[in-house]
Write a protein that binds this ligand. Structure first.
Ligand code: SF4
Length: 267
């Protein structure tokens, strides 16, 4: 049986972890994996709960790799830079996902149109520029990219094979663009907004379902995940006061408006 590979599971109770690993091994037709990633880690308590199981499953070491949201919108935040440097120094392999940071640039505003034009003139699309911005950090070992069609695969391969780097002002341009559109992007730091509503609503999970529904067009996945959320999140998401959560949100996301939008689509 060939060995190695990477598998990932959705968050599940510790007593189901061994089954999740077993299923991953079967799916990959292997008897071991190089990395076993967990989905949606949002606080340190969750990490500690996993640790006991992982110590049994793996006799040496603890965290070898981290897959995390990293893209042009987040890469310049001082805390993000410090975290990436700390992982690199500790020898932890970093895999970036959500590299497109919420979908393609839409040419419906002057700023976005100019950005799109600028990259097209340099010979790549805005999507390829976003990949390059991530690849140019030597601390990022790899990118995990959803490629639902050959068109996506071809565009990613073209970007990887094109050795032309982003110019300094391309990076500056992306950074300025990120600042302009900051409030339209949820960074996935769900523990902040969930704590601000007394733990009642997993805002980030609802937001992710909405993203699958609207941005990815995968309604089945969106509704399936939504149906697994706690009853209060499904039945009364608009009856909660999100003022404190909006105040705490580092991106300034209009959370209450997002819940109003999500509720009828996903229920
Ligand atoms: S809504 Fe704000 S606080 Fe909540 S996960 Fe998104 S960015 Fe973080």
């Amino acid at each position: 049986m060939p060995g190695g590979g990477v598998t990932k599971f959705r968050t599940c109770p510790p007593d189901q972890l061994s089954d999740a690993l077993e299923k991953g091994l079967k799916r990959l037709c292997t008897d071991y994996v190089d990395a076993f990633s967990t989905h949606g880690i949002s606080d340190f308590k969750q990490i500690e709960r996993l640790r006991g199981w992982a110590d049994q499953a793996k006799k040496s070491g603890w965290i070898d790799t981290v897959m995390f949201t990293y893209n042009f919108r987040l890469m310049n935040a001082p805390k993000m830079k410090a975290a990436v440097d700390a992982c690199a120094q500790a020898g932890i392999g970093l895999t970036s996902f959500k590299t497109q940071a919420g979908g393609p640039v839409k040419a419906d505003s002057e700023a976005e149109f100019k950005l799109l034009q600028k990259f097209l003139e340099r010979g790549f699309t805005d999507k390829q520029a976003k990949l390059k911005a991530v690849w140019e950090n030597p601390s990022i070992a790899s990118i995990c990219s959803q490629m639902p069609s050959l068109a996506f695969l071809s565009a990613n391969v073209a970007a990887a094979r094109d050795l032309k780097s982003l110019a300094k002002n391309d990076g500056d341009c992306l950074e300025r663009f990120a600042a302009q559109i900051r409030t339209g992007y949820c960074a996935g730091c769900g523990r902040i907004c969930q704590a601000a509503v007394g733990g009642k609503i997993p805002v980030n999970d609802v937001r992710r379902c909405l993203m699958y529904y609207k941005d990815y067009g995968d309604r089945e996945l969106a509704c399936d995940l939504f149906s697994g959320l706690p009853a209060v999140a499904r039945q009364q998401p608009t009856e909660v006061d999100y003022a404190m959560a909006e105040k705490a949100c580092p991106q300034g996301v209009a959370i209450a408006r997002l819940m109003v939008e999500a509720s009828p689509l996903l229920a």
